[in-house]
Design a protein around this ligand. Structure first.
Ligand code: NAX
Length: 332
């Protein structure tokens, strides 16, 4: 039998944490033959609720779950973890500005960066979910300089999955038959859902989504806006931000990163830019990536038209501004 993998979930008493922990314990993240030990971190005011989550996980008697550490001590939580899913922080509530969220979350990430650096397994892979996700990942990278940059990523897979499902609904095909959509940039309203390379499997083989949709206005406008605005739509409908879909996307992200992407298929991940596609190096930007043997690589050679270029640059500029704002939050 395989050794158990230790997985840290921060914000574990929150709504995404509550949806994610059982998915991990059921083997959805790492597969049906991989035992796991969950490290659940939250803060003192919700310690009671965290304890309840732990009790429920015990009661579910998951065969793969070999242990649960539930704590409000960040150093204890990070000890020996192989994977860290960073959800803990303040959610963006209706009417809240990104800047307000940043002020609350940036100092948290600075502290957690140090804890991970000191206590996590040296090859720990990190996924930042808490918003502003790209910039929190940037802060983490900055304040955990000994963690390899390749191991720090942020979640844009929810946007990616939304993009797939939008196309599947529009074309009335199974979502698994759609592939190679892509989210460029920030997990924010400037993200650019790009369907130019997307394909869908049809009875007569794989076809370009743009050709199948046969409505450029939809691809270049409605589709982009509805993927971007889906998070707000959910908040309006639920009075709470996305949780089960976010947890599922976090599982997909880590799963594909570690187990690998299917041949000929890519996914979107927020990763440290290496300058590909003219994106400013070192910012955390969402790119199309393929994964193999636990390593992601940015898909190369995609043709970028003027329309895409402008949208990719807009999101890059927003990220640069967000980065500066984050540093100013730290200095206040
Ligand atoms: P909740 O408020 O339900 O849960 C957050 C949890 O984090 C709470 O239990 C809180 O006590 C805990 N927490 C706060 N400070 C902490 C700290 N210093 N250490 C550990 N835990 C701490 O929010 P939820 O709906 O679960 O969302 C969590 C985060 O995910 C938010 O920042 C949200 O904006 C972000 N999202 C990111 C998405 C993405 O695609 N990247 C999509 C979903 C979600 O909106």
């Amino acid at each position: 039998p395989k050794d158990a993998v230790r997985i840290l979930v921060t914000g574990a008493a929150g709504q995404i944490g509550y949806a994610l922990a059982p998915m991990i314990a059921r083997g959805i993240m790492l597969g049906p033959d991989q035992p796991v030990i969950l490290h659940l971190l939250d803060i003192q005011p919700v310690a009671g609720s965290l304890k309840g989550v732990r009790m429920e996980l015990i009661d579910a008697a998951f065969p793969l779950l070999q242990g649960i550490l539930a704590t409000t001590d960040v150093n204890e939580a990070c000890k020996g973890v192989n994977i860290a899913v960073m959800i803990g922080g303040f959610p963006c509530k209706e009417g809240m500005e990104r800047r307000d969220v940043m002020h609350k979350n940036v100092p948290i990430f600075k502290a957690q960066a140090s804890a991970l650096e000191q206590h996590a397994a040296p090859d720990c892979k990190i996924l930042v979910v808490a918003n502003p996700a790209n910039t929190n990942a940037l802060i983490l990278k900055e304040f955990a300089p000994s963690i390899p940059v390749k191991n720090i990523t942020c979640l844009t897979r929810l946007d990616h999955n939304r993009a797939l499902s939008h196309i599947s609904e529009r074309l009335n095909v199974d979502v698994r038959d759609v592939k190679n959509v892509n989210i460029w940039g920030n997990h924010s309203s400037t993200q650019y859902p790009d369907a130019n390379y997307a394909t869908a499997a049809t009875d007569s083989g794989e076809k370009s989504v743009r050709e199948l949709v046969a409505d450029d206005h939809w691809i270049d406008s409605e589709y982009i806006n509805s993927v971007r605005e889906r998070g707000s739509e959910i908040i309006k409908a639920r009075k709470l931000s996305s949780a089960l879909s976010a947890a599922s996307a976090a599982c997909d992200h880590v799963h594909d990163w570690i187990i690998g992407t299917a041949k000929g298929t890519w996914v979107s991940m927020g990763v440290s830019s290496d300058g590909s596609y003219g994106i400013q190096p070192d910012i955390i930007y969402s790119f199309p990536v393929t994964c193999q043997k636990g390593e992601w690589s940015i898909v190369q050679g995609l043709k970028i038209n003027e329309f895409s270029r402008e949208k990719m640059d807009t999101s890059m500029k927003e990220l640069t501004r967000e980065g500066s704002l984050a540093y100013s939050c730290l200095n206040q």
